[in-house]
Design a protein around this ligand. Structure first.
Ligand code: ATP
Length: 371
């Protein structure tokens, strides 16, 4: 059992009917959420959806207008930020420029009642954890951006918090370094066993690092699930569209039984079929969502069954191992399909204006009814 599937497991953090208002504006709207020990949990959503507000409430910088936030079963409302077993790492890192790397890591420990002899050992341990032992005596301006990020991480883990909040922790790094650092972050989280809650607007980052992802919209949780389930089984058009690349087709539904739904979607186009996870009423408007990698592109028609569509190549995005083809249909719709570029297999690739066939299985696309 994963902790969130185990009813016996006690959550580390519980949001119970939490609402946060700023004046008449509702930033968090009656939110319920459990986060478990040792989880790497990501809050994902567009700007202004309430991610930072949720973090600030956990840290104790904001209080809930209504509802309760529990940490280890204890109501956090009366507990000030410095008395919580919670630490927060900011995007700016906020390192002290005049202190060495070691002194930056030791900073919080020196203000606690930890004996001096122990502090040194703890600082060494933290510097080893982030692989910066050799940089202990440097000042922040004498190390790279990625190294500064690791100093900040070491500092925020030094006091062994139960919960570490990371607000866009990799936002200042360039793409390559950011990707490497994601794996480092996962490794450090695993080694320490600390619960990490990360805020990011980068969906790839959330999907890479997190054991579970919460997708937010306007102060509400839209879906909370593992990255794979969020990607494969989005519960709404909003989530399907927010995570990864997707083709969205709207049409009228008719049920074929066993979750199979036929969709009539464009004049002159054959109906397509997909799988619905929730009951769909005949004749209602539905959205069909299919990932480009689930649409095959071929020169010939591959079957006489449903879900074969004819079109012509409009645009090609070469991505190295794969290419994404934008295929225009006679109805004017454009569908994205992906194919591997495998030279060894001498797989034929397509070029602009090529006449092609798109096809997909009945379970490749999901049918969503959002209303
Ligand atoms: P971003 O990705 O841009 O940081 P976010 O999802 O973290 O966005 P929040 O900072 O949590 O969003 O803000 C949620 C909403 O609450 C926004 O509309 C914001 O304007 C509003 N808000 C946040 N703090 C305050 C405040 N102190 N007073 C009034 N409104 C606020």
């Amino acid at each position: 059992f994963a902790p969130w599937e185990d009813s016996e497991q006690k959550p580390l953090i519980q949001f119970k009917n939490v609402t946060k208002r700023f004046g008449s504006f509702t930033a968090i709207d009656n939110l319920n959420l459990d986060i478990f020990e040792q989880e790497f949990f990501a809050l994902l959503g567009p700007s202004g959806c309430g991610k930072t507000t949720l973090m600030r409430m956990l840290a104790g910088f904001e209080s809930a207008t209504e509802g309760t936030i529990l940490l280890d079963g204890q109501d956090m409302a009366p507990v000030p930020p410095n008395k919580r077993a919670v630490n927060m790492m900011f995007q700016s890192y906020a390192l002290f420029p005049h202190l060495t790397v070691a002194d930056n890591v030791a900073f919080g420990l020196k203000r606690s009642d930890m004996p001096k002899s122990e502090i040194e050992g703890r600082v060494d341990e933290m510097l080893r954890l982030v692989r910066l032992e050799k940089f202990a005596t440097r000042k922040p301006h004498q190390i790279s951006g990625g190294q500064r990020q690791r100093v900040a991480l070491a500092r925020s883990l030094a006091k062994a918090p139960k919960l570490l909040l990371l607000d866009e922790p990799l936002g200042a790094l360039d793409k390559k370094l950011r990707q490497d650092t994601q794996f480092e972050l996962m490794d450090i989280q695993e080694k320490t066993g600390t619960t990490f809650v990360i805020v990011t607007h980068d969906q790839e980052e959330a999907m890479t690092v997190a054991s579970r992802v919460a997708v937010m919209d306007e102060g509400r949780l839209v879906q909370v699930d593992t990255p794979a389930r969020i990607y494969e089984n989005p519960n709404s058009v909003y989530v399907a569209d927010f995570i990864g690349d997707v083709n969205i087709i709207e049409g009228n539904a008719s049920n074929k039984g066993d979750g199979l739904v036929e969709i009539n979607w464009a004049e002159g186009q054959p109906a397509i079929q997909g799988t619905a996870t929730n009951a769909v009423q005949d004749g209602t408007r539905v959205t069909f969502a299919i990932r480009p990698e689930k649409v095959s592109i071929t020169q010939e028609r591959v079957s006489d069954k449903a879900n074969c569509i004819e079109g012509k190549v409009l645009d090609i995005a070469y991505l190295g191992n794969i290419s994404t083809y934008h295929v225009e249909l006679p109805s004017g719709h454009v569908i994205k399909a992906q194919a591997a570029n495998n030279r060894r297999l001498a797989r034929r690739s397509f070029t602009w204006e090529d006449a092609v066939w798109l096809s997909f299985t009945d379970t490749a696309g999901i049918v969503l009814s959002d209303n």
